[in-house]
Ligand binder design. Structure first.
Ligand code: PRP
Length: 212
């Protein structure tokens, strides 16, 4: 039997992913050690390998088959646009992709005559929303984090970002202006692995269904 390899998104989703696997009897003790610098973890008994990767890289590993399976947020799946199968909504990491900004920016979103600036970590999602859904021409400014700063320091009128509890927005005098789509953690599978390892992957999916 060959190894099935899992790529898990580092950070918020990783811990929840491991908890979910534990519930169906898939454990990986050495991965829980937060001090470890090891990158890949093996469960010899079940012939499984796990590694943690930057969220944005998970779809890449899965598309190329370096990982058979990935656990990553829907935001990253949409933004990366990789060829893979999204097979399951894992139900955790729930949040929303939203257009946010100060209350005063609400008007700007209604009238399409003024070119507004949109700062975001998700240029593809923002472009799709403004161009294809709203038919509004905007200037998209790519940032890498702390996107809520942009309207405060006048880099942009609005942002497109993830809202979970809403406290980052509130504490910075911003709010949700429009909702783009709901998000959560998803399981993704390499297209060839889905065929070659169909039995093992389907068993995994049906086991997961019992705990989700
Ligand atoms: C995310 C997101 C928001 C915040 C939303 O940022 O970009 O800033 O969490 O959460 P809240 O609604 O519960 O306040 P993250 O902490 O991942 O870091 P980043 O700002 O560097 O992207």
């Amino acid at each position: 039997m060959r190894y099935l390899t899992f790529a898990l998104a580092k950070g918020r989703l990783a811990k929840k992913s491991l908890e979910m696997f534990e519930k169906i009897g898939i454990t990986c003790e050495e991965m829980k050690d937060e001090k470890t610098r090891k990158l890949i973890f093996v469960n010899e008994e079940l012939k499984l390998k796990f590694f943690l990767a930057k969220a944005g890289d998970v779809p890449t590993y899965v598309e190329y088959g370096a990982a058979d399976i990935g656990v990553v947020g829907k935001d990253t799946i949409l933004e990366e646009g990789r060829k893979l199968y999204e097979v399951m909504d894992l139900g955790f990491g729930k949040c929303k992709m939203c257009v946010c900004g100060p209350e005063s920016a609400k008007e700007l979103l209604k009238h399409h005559d003024e070119l507004i600036r949109v700062a975001t970590k998700y240029p593809r999602i923002a472009k799709d929303y403004f161009y294809n859904k709203k038919h509004q021409t905007v200037e998209i400014i790519k940032l890498n984090g702390s996107v809520e700063l942009a309207p405060i320091v006048n880099l942009s009128e609005v942002i497109v970002d993830i809202v979970e509890t809403g406290s980052t927005l509130r504490e910075n005098g911003l709010g949700v202006l429009e909702e783009i789509c709901p998000l959560s953690a998803r399981m993704v599978v390499n297209q060839v692995s889905m065929k070659m390892e169909n039995e093992r992957i389907n068993k995994l999916l049906s086991d997961l269904k019992t705990v989700i």
